[in-house]
Design a protein around this ligand. Structure first.
Ligand code: SF4
Ligand code: SF4
Length: 120
């Protein structure tokens, strides 16, 4: 995937967030890195465990940083997937949706929380 230069020019932060989220969701669906089976994931860490947004139906919010993150147990297993997520992560970081140096920033945050954090 190559996002064209200036693709997001003129768009609002909420539009950009939604678009990045949809693109990330498409990548996750395409590569299925977590390969859930019988409630267990391939990485075995269960990175959503304990999150207040985790319901029996799955994640209840649009958490972009979570969509763009994969655990260390998956690193190197799906290079194309990682490359595409990295490309989106770099764009998301430019808008402050996450922090490339601190993977906790943005994760487990709803879209509203992310946008409020940016506007503080
Ligand atoms: S990123 Fe890793 S720990 Fe999280 S759900 Fe996927 S495989 Fe499991
Ligand atoms: S916010 Fe993140 S950690 Fe929490 S349930 Fe959603 S994807 Fe999982």
């Amino acid at each position: 995937m190559r996002i064209p230069h200036r693709h997001f020019d003129g768009k609002t932060l909420t539009q950009i967030y939604d678009e990045l989220y949809e693109l990330a969701d498409g990548i996750i669906k395409k590569y299925n890195p977590c390969k859930f089976s019988n409630g267990r994931c391939a990485g075995g860490i269960g990175c959503c465990n304990g999150c207040r947004y985790l319901f029996s139906t799955g994640c209840s919010v649009k958490a972009l940083a979570c969509k763009l993150w994969i655990c260390w147990n998956l690193e190197g297993t799906l290079p194309e997937c990682e490359h595409e997520l990295k490309e989106l992560s770099e764009i998301a970081a430019q808008y402050g949706f996450l922090d490339l140096c601190d993977s906790r920033i943005g994760r487990r945050e709803s879209k509203g929380e992310v946008l409020r954090r940016i506007h503080r």
